[in-house]
Design a protein around this ligand. Structure first.
Ligand SMILES: Cc1ncc(C[n+]2csc(CCOP(=O)(O)OP(=O)(O)O)c2C)c(N)n1
Length: 331
């Protein structure tokens, strides 16, 4: 797939947005300005940015269900202030600051619900894909994102099996960052590529370099097109988790962190800068300008969120506000 110069610059901006978002969240937590055990996204930016751009480019109407680590993607789907607002319990949040850490839902933005129960997302997304099929919503696909760890949950296989039998309009996206909490990939799966597990549910599965934004976009675009044609399928995006499972967690205890001495070969942002330089699309001055802009945008969003009030006590106790009535539209 050929991307125009304008598109390449957009891809770069989205990568830097994702990087800036991830770095700033960590910075604000360590500065004591943000609470919670947020899961750092550093090193995985091409997955977030790629899925977002694939949805922008796709002729298909795409519903997405995100993982707990895909915060930059959430910020694109529901907006930066609403995402940070929910995480920081402010009324500006998409769910009025009631949802907590990056477990949002917004049907008007085509964001499907997710919870903290590992493996639940792909199963409930499968249910949503079944609804889409029963409603005969043509040209629509569900993209269900989950990690390599979630892939080991039995419920995920049950969902995939059902999707294969019923020919549901769903694309399963595994964000394989080589580690599930404290379990390295080699101790989690006896195979090199998780994509081969798609065959067991009668669907096509492909493994893609998840640090290459253009490859991610191509794979997700193709997968959503297939899904919308009632051909469920799976894309595994291989990436790398750079930090602990949650901010501040020490990963040296359970994983070899030698790769951190030089992350350049894995770095989706640096890799794309190299590509753009080689193609003559953009140079260092442009990269520096985009970085300045994107980091400033995140700081400005944090300022607006800090100014937003916390939900009132009666709001926090309002069950309807917490769930369906506050989901931005009917499921
Ligand atoms: C049913 C269940 N078991 C365990 C957990 C604790 N837990 C939260 S995230 C996680 C690992 C997730 O790994 P993966 O799916 O690879 O996603 P990643 O965190 O690497 O993005 C675990 C075990 C949980 N939330 N739910």
């Amino acid at each position: 797939m050929q991307f125009t110069k304008e598109q390449q610059l957009h891809l770069y901006e989205e990568l830097v947005f994702a990087r800036a978002f991830g770095e700033k969240v960590v910075e604000y937590i360590f500065a004591g300005r943000m609470n919670g055990s947020v899961h750092p996204t550093l090193g995985q930016e091409a997955v977030d940015a790629g899925i977002w751009i694939a949805r922008e480019l796709s002729p298909v109407t795409v519903y997405i269900q995100c993982t707990h680590r895909q915060q930059p993607l959430l910020a694109r789907i529901v907006g930066l202030d609403p995402t940070l607002g929910d995480c920081m319990h402010r009324r500006i949040g998409a769910l009025s600051g009631l949802s907590g850490e990056f477990h949002e839902v917004s049907m008007k933005d085509r964001l499907l619900p997710s919870s903290g129960i590992l493996g639940e997302g792909p199963l409930s997304s499968t249910g949503y894909a079944w609804t889409v099929k029963q409603r005969k919503q043509a040209g629509t696909a569900v993209v269900s994102c989950f990690g390599d760890g979630a892939m080991s949950e039995g419920a995920v296989y049950e969902g995939m099996n059902l999707a294969g039998i019923l020919k549901l309009p769903i694309l399963y996206v595994i964000e394989n960052n080589q580690v599930a909490m404290t379990t390295p990939f080699s101790e989690e799966a006896p195979i090199a590529d998780l994509a081969i597990r798609a065959a067991g549910a009668g669907m096509k599965g492909v493994t893609v370099d998840g640090n290459d934004i253009e490859a991610v976009i191509e794979a997700v675009l193709a997968g959503t097109r297939m899904a919308a044609a009632n051909e469920p399928n799976l894309v595994e995006l291989k990436t790398w988790r750079w930090q602990g499972h949650h901010v501040g967690e020490k990963q040296e205890k359970y994983r070899d962190t030698d790769f951190l001495k030089n992350t350049d070969p894995l770095d989706p942002v640096k890799r794309y800068e190299k590509t753009l330089l080689q193609r003559g699309t953009a140079g260092e001055a442009h990269f520096a300008k985009v970085r300045d802009e994107q980091y400033a945008l995140i700081d400005q969003a944090f300022d607006r969120v800090f100014q937003s009030q916390a939900p009132a006590r009666d709001m926090a106790l309002d069950y309807n506000l917490m769930y369906s009535n506050n989901a931005g539209g009917a499921l």
